[in-house]
Write a protein that binds this ligand. Structure first.
Ligand code: 8YV
Length: 312
């Protein structure tokens, strides 16, 4: 008999096919009556598959009495109650490293898009404006100073790419990393004051909630820009919107938001903002690698082998 899995959110089709071959998969998000499905499989589902955005709701976790493992298709596990899983002996896995390049690439792409006004340029040509005018001059990344909030695995990949763009790179995090060739700031607001770009790539935790505060955004200032490829919860979003509108903050390139998929309406009409719908890891190659890790974690668990990438 195949082990029973509950799948909480969609994944790449090829990964779903592999899961279907090895497990009896129940697709929770598609169920007409989720309550009824949970009642039916609550006593037999040994695994749950989810993603970084959906995680697993406490009310769902509670209903799955036979759960042994939650395998998440993403690196961030802020939407999974790790303590509750640990208390019940439920293993949790994520997909670190395989998405570093894709997320770093998007971070740099958003910076170039914002700075060189690529979305505006594209829209301007499409609107037939070129024969009768000029788009005007833009800023440039070369020579500018970037501050990375969270010099973890993805943060380092962003930092290296920004160095290749001939930028100066500093960072703020819980601790100094003396072997990294970037300047450490113990104080986030002090770093924000000194840099042109503040790049948020820290994990979404209780500690990082709201640390990009109004004070930090004001320190970044009218010539500064915020980039967020991590979690919306890290930034005071109402303050961000207000400061962008007043010009007290220069610009923002955002892949993540506090209440996804809702985006503050005011941002939609702002010229100094580039928006992206949480696409950091969303490439065919990276999603396939993430899916492969999910499949391998589950297979290891059910074979009684060590988990490739356990969180808990
Ligand atoms: C994805 C992410 O949005 O890895 C994460 O933490 O936020 C993203 O890679 C998601 O987990 C994939 O569905």
């Amino acid at each position: 008999m195949k082990p029973v899995l509950v799948q909480i959110a969609p994944m790449l089709e090829s990964v779903e096919t592999r899961l279907g071959e090895a497990y009896e998969v129940h697709r929770l998000w598609e169920a007409e009556d989720r309550d009824a499905l949970l009642a039916r499989i609550g006593g037999t589902a040994r695994g749950a598959v989810t993603n970084g955005h959906h995680g697993i709701a406490p009310a769902v976790l509670e209903r799955l009495g036979a759960l042994e493992i939650v395998a998440s298709y993403g690196v961030g596990y802020d939407a999974i109650d790790i303590a509750a899983c640990k208390a019940r002996g439920i293993r949790v896995t994520n997909t670190p490293d395989v998405l570093n390049d894709a997320v770093a690439e998007l971070a740099v792409g958003l910076m170039i898009a914002l700075c060189r006004r690529i979305p505006q340029a594209d829209a301007w040509i499409r609107a037939g404006n070129w024969p009768s005018g000029s788009l005007g001059l833009t800023g440039e990344l070369t020579g500018a100073h970037a501050g990375i909030l969270g010099l973890g695995r993805i943060g380092k990949d962003i930092a290296r790419r920004l160095q290749a763009m001939k930028m100066r790179v500093s960072y703020h995090g819980r601790r100094e990393q003396p072997f990294e060739p970037f300047t450490f700031y113990a104080d986030l607001a002090a770093m924000a004051r000194d840099v042109d770009w503040l790049v948020v790539v820290a994990p979404g935790t209780a500690e990082t909630r709201g640390i990009v505060s109004r004070k930090v955004l004001e320190a970044l200032g009218p010539e500064g820009a915020l980039v967020n490829v991590a979690r919306g919860s890290i930034v005071d979003e109402p303050a961000l919107v207000e400061l962008l509108a007043s010009g007290a903050l220069g610009g923002a390139a955002l892949d993540v938001f506090a209440d996804e998929p809702q985006v503050p309406e005011a941002l939609l009409t702002m010229e100094n903002v580039v928006l992206s719908p949480h696409q950091g890891s969303a490439t065919r190659k990276t999603r396939a690698a993430m899916g492969d890790l999910v499949v391998r974690n589950l297979a290891a668990h059910f074979a009684g082998d060590p988990l490739p990438t356990p969180v808990a």
